[in-house]
Write a protein of this length. Structure first.
Length: 87
């Protein structure tokens, strides 16, 4: 019985250590279709994505229609080139 408790606690500690080591991926994205100025760069958190795979970035606005339906409306869509922020 004591052996089962020790194995359970060690397993729990192992899972906690693995989850604490997870890092968020931060990407630095530069708009390809906007002149180079400070507003053409964005740093985003892309958890689970590779920065090189991001090719488009859209800004969306939450809107509520007259009948009460909620939706997202794209305001701007830009072509981007992204790389890892740490590089």
């Amino acid at each position: 019985m004591m052996k089962n408790k020790i194995i359970f606690l060690l397993s729990l500690c192992f899972v906690l250590v693995l989850s604490a080591c997870h890092k968020d991926t931060q990407c630095k994205c530069i708009f390809d279709d906007v002149m180079n100025d400070s507003a053409s760069e964005r740093i985003i958190a892309a958890d689970g994505l590779d920065c090189d795979d991001i090719t488009e970035m859209a800004e969306e606005r939450h809107v509520t229609t007259s009948d009460g339906t909620h939706a997202l409306q794209r305001v701007e869509v830009h072509k981007v080139s992204c790389r890892s922020y740490g590089e």
